[in-house]
Design a protein around this ligand. Structure first.
Ligand code: ZN
Length: 155
């Protein structure tokens, strides 16, 4: 009955007395885990959004490039205007591809297939690497081995 007396003095239940601290600690851990999951979830959403923009910019700038080339070839008689349109079309393409590649580099992570290290490479690395889709053949900064590295949305 000493315990009951103690609970009355502290104004808590026996259950709380026995497990209170433990429950609180578990809740805290659970909350921390939930927060991490939520943050990872937001990161994935953000990355997907940026990849959508990347596609829009990539497809958009390529389309403008092709349309300008088409116009200059078939509809423009003046040779000076032809050259200007050609230059303009390439400028659109270069800017579009650069922005798309910058998003490709900075959003999400590349995962090394050898040691599973996840990292953000340099722009040059991404620019010069062989690729199919978003998967690129690059050297891992952790184990220094080359492999086909997949793009992942979250660490
Ligand atoms: Zn590695």
């Amino acid at each position: 009955m000493y315990m009951l007396e103690l609970c009355r003095i502290l104004d808590i239940s026996v259950n709380e007395l026995l497990t209170g601290e433990f429950i609180e600690e578990r809740n805290y851990q659970q909350k921390a885990e939930d927060n991490l999951l939520m943050m990872a979830d937001q990161e994935v959403k953000q990355t997907k959004k940026m990849f959508f923009y990347e596609n829009v910019i990539g497809i958009g700038s390529t389309s403008i490039f092709l349309i300008l080339i088409f116009i200059s070839v078939y509809f423009v008689e003046n040779s000076v205007l032809k050259v200007i349109l050609f230059i303009l079309s390439f400028i659109f393409l270069i800017i579009g591809v650069s922005i798309a590649l910058k998003i490709e580099t900075e959003e999400g992570y590349y995962e090394c297939q050898k040691c599973h290290h996840k990292y953000i490479p340099s722009y040059q690395q991404v620019y010069f690497a062989m690729h199919y889709g978003r998967t690129r053949y690059m050297k891992c900064p952790h184990c220094q081995k080359r492999s086909w590295q997949k793009k992942i949305y979250s660490k």
